[in-house]
Design a protein around this ligand. Structure first.
Ligand code: DGL
Length: 355
């Protein structure tokens, strides 16, 4: 009798173990690339939500803190950097893009999650949107509260990001930002609040979808080219062309512009007032610099709406390029990549209407 019971128990145990192995084998393989930020941050107390230290907790600890990840994916982790994202550099982006492309070429990798500081998430997301050569999901995630805080948002954000990256519904949607149960597209997402958990918005153009109990639900798709359809290739690049942003305001002057050019910049993004308006001395100096071969990109500090060609400036005459709806920090990224391909301003303008 006992033998029979034991045999049955053994049979059930083996069957369950085989089923568990089979189920795990069916889960997507998601690689988590950690770069630092608040999601890896620690504060002095559980109520410290500002004044904490970012980029302290390693990727293995981030994964250990969310055992539920095993329900949605087989995850592996790599610590690519450990920095607060205000310190992200062009060279960091090139390293990250090359690692992402190498991993996504592997048939056993189904998606990638990048943990990142929120300050420059939107820039890293857009850079990868233009340089990842795959349709597989790449999802960037951060948090607004450190891992040590009551109701830290990092664990649920990480769980959601892995679920999004492992979902077939997320394929070929471009690089995504998954924060606060929302899914936002790399091109339009921006940080809109210095401290709130719902800081990431795509103002006016909207989210792409939501995450409901660990499942992505999509409602929109971008109309712009990205990832597998990109014409940019960074595989052989070690540096990007020097492009900086000058900010427009009342009492505008050309001090910052002159300093950028003196430092060797080949392109200037001007975050103009309104529809990319240029104060008279600024317009004169930028026009002069264009004639000397510096590329000028007219953008706006406003945050919503397109900067329109030949609106506040005769761009055909001055040979400037306009950013369309890209904010200045994203326009800088596209201008740098455009200048790795062409010096033709008509071609560059096409790229700003394409990506
Ligand atoms: N130092 C900021 C960063 O790494 C903290 C903000 C955050 O990660 O939420 O972007």
């Amino acid at each position: 009798m006992l033998t029979k019971l034991f045999q049955r128990a053994l049979f059930v145990a083996i069957t369950c173990s085989a089923a568990a192995t089979w189920a795990a084998d069916k889960l997507p393989h998601v690689v988590i690339l950690a770069t630092g930020g608040t999601i890896a941050g620690t504060g002095a107390t559980s109520t410290t939500t500002v004044g904490y230290t970012a980029a302290k907790v390693g990727v293995e600890k981030l994964i250990e803190a969310v055992p539920e990840l095993k329900q949605v994916a087989n995850v592996s982790g790599e610590q690519v950097f450990q920095i607060a994202s205000e310190n992200m550099t062009n060279e960091n982006w090139l390293t990250l893009a090359k690692r992402v492309n190498a991993l996504l070429k592997q048939s056993d990798v189904d998606g990638i999650v990048i943990t990142h500081g929120t300050d420059t998430i939107e820039e890293t997301a857009y850079f990868l949107n233009l340089t990842v050569k795959s349709k597989k999901p790449v999802v960037i995630v951060g948090s607004m509260r450190p891992s040590t805080a009551i109701s830290a948002d990092g664990p649920i954000n990480l769980y959601n990001a892995v679920a999004v990256a492992g979902s077939p519904d997320s394929v070929n949607r471009g690089v995504l930002v998954a924060m606060n149960d929302e899914i936002l597209g790399a091109r339009d997402v921006t940080k809109t609040n210095t401290m709130l958990a719902n800081t990431f918005r795509s103002p006016e153009l909207g989210d792409l979808g939501y995450i409901v109990s660990g499942k992505p639900q999509y409602y929109r798709a971008t109309t712009k080219k990205h990832t597998a359809d990109t014409e940019f290739d960074v595989s052989r690049l070690e540096h990007l062309p020097a492009v900086d942003i000058a900010y427009g305001s009342a009492n505008a002057n050309t001090l910052a512009i002159d300093a950028f050019v003196a430092a060797g910049d080949v392109g200037i993004v001007y975050a103009g007032t309104g529809d990319g308006s240029l104060a008279t001395p600024v317009r004169a100096r930028l026009t002069e610099l264009r004639q000397q071969g510096v590329f000028i990109l007219r953008s706006s500090r406003v945050g919503n709406g397109p900067t329109l060609r030949n609106g506040e400036n005769d761009d055909d005459k001055t040979d400037f390029v306009v950013s369309d709806t890209l904010n200045p920090q994203k326009a800088r990224i596209l201008l740098m990549l455009a200048l790795t391909k062409t010096k033709d301003t008509k071609e560059i303008q096409r790229m700003f209407y394409t990506y």
